[in-house]
Write a protein that binds this ligand. Structure first.
Ligand code: FAD
Length: 148
């Protein structure tokens, strides 16, 4: 049994990969927040991460694509906005099948949560420490300490 600590975009993506029994591993995910609220800024999901998300579930991938913006061109500028590089992302799309998608982190997290197996996600559980052999995980919620 695997314990995933944290229901951010990393933890939820891992849980989804496991929950869909792609890897056939039992797990529980512990998130210290009582609810997952849509906080954060815009992030870019590069083609390698998009390949993973599509591998997990095509519908999940489609929702992320719908919820974000596909980036076809990236212009980087200096502090005076003078362009220092300008790349057409078409060649990336030709190699990987995707170009980068920009999406709000909170939006991405809520889409991942929507697809997750809620029975395995324990909100309001904060992991404090585990024994050296990793066999015993100590969890706290607002009132209780749970061991193992
Ligand atoms: C301004 C900004 C821009 C960024 N832009 C990009 C980008 O363009 N592309 C990109 O790939 N990345 C970007 N990143 C990085 C990306 O946001 C992080 O790498 C990503 O959010 C990390 O995911 P995570 O799940 O590991 O952590 P988080 O999303 O931080 O989630 C951690 C979760 O763990 C929970 N938690 C913490 N401690 C405990 C505990 N003891 N017990 C239980 N739960 C706990 C927290 O409540 C939280 O929900 C950016 C980051 C910032 C700040």
């Amino acid at each position: 049994m695997i314990s995933i600590i944290g229901g951010g975009i990393g933890g939820l993506t891992l849980a989804l990969a496991l929950a869909f029994e792609k890897l056939g591993v039992e797990y529980n995910l512990y998130e210290r927040a009582e609810t997952l609220t849509e906080v954060g800024a815009g992030i870019w999901i590069p083609p390698n991460a998009l390949q993973v998300l599509q591998w997990i579930d095509q519908d999940l991938f489609d929702q992320i694509k719908e919820g974000g913006n596909v980036i076809d061109r990236i212009v980087l500028g200096d502090s005076k906005l003078k362009p220092i590089s300008d790349t057409d992302q078409g060649f990336i799309k030709n190699i990987f099948g995707f170009s980068t998608i920009a999406i709000h982190r909170g939006k991405l997290q809520s889409i991942l949560y929507e697809f997750a197996n809620k029975e395995k996600i324990k909100l309001g559980k904060s992991s404090k420490y585990m024994t050296k052999n990793g066999l015993c995980l100590y969890l706290f919620d607002l009132k209780h300490l749970t061991m193992c």
